[in-house]
Design a protein around this ligand. Sequence first.
Ligand code: C2E
Ligand code: MG
Ligand code: MG
Ligand code: MG
Length: 283
Amino acid sequence: MFSDIFDVAKDVAVTNQYEEIENIRCAFKNDEFVLYYQPKINMRTNQIVGLEALIRWDHPQKGILPPAAFLPVIEQNTLLIELGEWVIKAALNQLSSWSKSGIEMPISVNISPLQLQQTDFVDRLTLIFKSHPHFKAGQIEFEILETSALDDIKIVKSVVEKCHELGVVFSIDDFGTGYSSLTYLKKLPTEYLKIDRSFIRYMLTDHDDRSIVMGIIQLAKTFERTVIAEGVETIAHGEKLLTLGCKLAQGFGISKPMPAKEFPGWLGHWTHNNEWQILSDPE
Ligand code: C2E
Ligand code: MG
Ligand code: MG
Ligand code: MG
């Protein structure tokens, strides 16, 4: 009897998930997804070094929904691949539209492990780049997460190398939280390491977190990678990171992710007046 109840509950869950996936598919067809952009800065020079594209669902009833509300639902579904491809195209379109108004800023895109492991990923990417002839090497960065299997790392390595030839640079995102960070670091020739925000958050008061942050900065130096801290919420965090040797930062303390149309105004304001200037070297 219990197993009957359990089976019914499972059926309901499966039906709900099916419906949810269909809702997301419908939203995709209706063009309800948008990219928000969050700046990354060099705290030494006070320059914006790039922007991370972060997907949002502009839901007609519920308003702006974060990725946690829909990405996990389609984690194992091919819809994730389609959406991922849309993100790359949308970022490329944004690059060219900003470029026309004189804003040249690299954009980083989060790539899901499933997406990266598609056998035709590089071929499809090559086609996308061909249809965006204004794209210049170094303007697109892929942020990738650590996956659990070593076999997958081999696939990822070959994809990273082929993408390098297309002019894409790479970050290991949420570095330190994955299954085998050190293997990833050793095997993958990525340009950047992004220190996960869970280590940054309490680094000013928690000795262990600070030690981890220092360790990652040291690792990055040894392996000749550039390190960037995510989740930097205060200038005090930035100041500490600078003294530890990490110049690049991203976080709510600099800016929350914003719609593309707000960025030029934000940039103008940032250039003329921002409280992070106190950390930069006087010229
Ligand atoms: P992520 O790539 O590690 O992105 C950083 C997340 O931390 C973003 O959340 C951002 O809004 C948030 N964040 C940034 N600075 C701060 C801060 O100072 N404090 C706090 N508390 N949070 C901060 P978001 O936009 O909700 O994205 C969550 C995750 O969803 C991303 O983590 C990424 O893994 C995934 N994601 C977002 N967009 C895409 C996408 O287009 N494709 C794929 N595959 N994944 C995406
Ligand atoms: Mg990211
Ligand atoms: Mg991250
Ligand atoms: Mg994350």
